[in-house]
Write a protein that binds this ligand. Structure first.
Ligand code: FAD
Length: 344
């Protein structure tokens, strides 16, 4: 199909059949690929197989050529590499310039970005530059078997409904995807792929921002999105010191502590460990929800966990609707009992 887009008085005819391939934005920081990229490669592979196309990664940075093997091992058939000193630190101008040019030349059908701070900044800018749509914060992606277009699902209206969105008349179809929602790609170091070097050349004034310094929020960043075991607490803790009890259980399991937004708002926990719609989406092997009521905005961030164990003294708390195991009781009695059992 041809899509006709109106831009001012000029008509742009776009032949949508020219657009091929699923691309993943391979976000790296300080030479390390972000974990969400491996999830996007896993999901991207499924989409590419269903459409019958190739999976590609686009990597930007300075001296990052060494990362291409890892991307190929995680499933990329091709890696588009933009390697230049100007790309050492992320800037919207620098990254969007090279990716916009690459999209113009190679015409991907789908481009996926992690819904990280960088992905959420870059993707909308590119959507405007390439004149296409963007669905932000997706939790599910599917190919429609009839028209082969991507169906992009995301929570809307405070998580009260799930909206499924299509991008009918323009290409590429673009989504940012929440970290922690999709399954990671399988690592195969024997896989072969091609690296295509992009022409990352910048003129004076192309990059209007200068990054002076990068300040990390805490010296030791706690990553709940990567944890296998999470012990999360809510207002049922009753006091900030309750977080210490959660930490004891987390230490026993080799896991980490997380919190509901109400705890974060109360100043009992840092936003880095908030689970939910306005926090982080997590998918651990076990998620303990202790004294958490189970508001829809919280559930949106943890319902994909492999096993959910809820402890709440109200047997009608909504958290029990998503829990695999529910313990009705006072968390100050239940958690020490679990720790005692683990000690045995
Ligand atoms: P409460 O709702 O107060 O629940 C406390 C629970 O503890 C109750 O179920 C109670 O029965 C139980 N309890 C009390 N004492 C004990 C005890 N001794 N032992 C065991 N159980 C006990 N929330 C999030 O978590 N994450 C988000 O990202 C998020 N984003 C939001 C975005 C928007 C736009 C809005 C409007 C809200 C958002 N919220 C979010 C807030 C959310 O709606 C809830 O208010 C919040 O999750 C409630 O936190 P809670 O479960 O800790 O507290």
């Amino acid at each position: 199909t041809d899509a006709i887009l109106q831009e001012g008085t000029e008509k742009i005819i776009r032949d949508l059949s020219m657009y091929k391939g699923v691309w993943v934005f391979a976000e790296q920081r300080e030479g390390k690929i972000m974990p969400v990229v491996f999830e996007l490669l896993g999901e991207g592979k499924k989409l590419a197989n269903e459409i019958g196309t190739e999976l590609c990664a686009i990597l930007c940075g300075s001296n990052v050529a060494g990362l291409t093997d890892e991307l190929i091992a995680y499933g990329a058939d091709k890696v588009y590499l933009a390697d230049a000193p100007e790309l050492e630190k992320y800037t919207t101008d620098g990254y969007s310039k090279v990716i916009n040019e690459a999209i113009g030349v190679y015409k991907p059908e789908i481009v996926l970005y992690g819904a990280t701070h960088i992905g959420r900044d870059l993707a909308p800018c590119l959507a405007v530059k390439v004149n296409t749509g963007l669905t932000a914060d997706c939790t599910k992606l599917e190919i429609d078997p009839d028209d082969k277009k991507i169906r992009q699902t995301r929570p809307a209206f405070g998580g009260n409904l799930m909206a499924t969105i299509v991008c009918p008349g323009s290409r590429p179809q673009m989504s940012t995807v929440r970290p922690g929602v999709m399954d990671k790609a399988v690592y195969d170091p024997t896989k072969k792929g091609e690296v295509i070097k992009l022409n990352a050349v910048f003129a004076e004034g192309d990059i209007r921002t200068k990054v002076l310094e990068i300040v990390k929020t805490t010296a030791d960043i706690i990553s709940i999105s990567d944890a296998d075991f999470i012990v999360a607490g809510g207002m049922g803790l009753g006091k900030p010191e309750g977080m210490e009890l959660l930490q004891q259980l987390a230490d026993k399991l080799g896991g980490t502590v997380a919190a509901s937004r109400a705890c974060v708002d109360a100043g009992w926990a840092d936003h880095n460990i908030q689970v939910g719609q306005t926090g982080t989406t997590v998918k651990p092997q076990i998620y303990f929800a202790c004294g958490i009521s189970g508001a829809i905005q919280h559930i949106a961030g943890m319902q994909e966990s492999d096993l959910i164990i809820a402890i709440n003294k109200n047997e009608n708390a909504p958290i029990f609707e998503v829990a695999d195991y529910g313990i009705v009781g006072d968390l100050y009695k239940v958690i020490p009992a679990i720790i005692d059992e683990l000690n045995k």
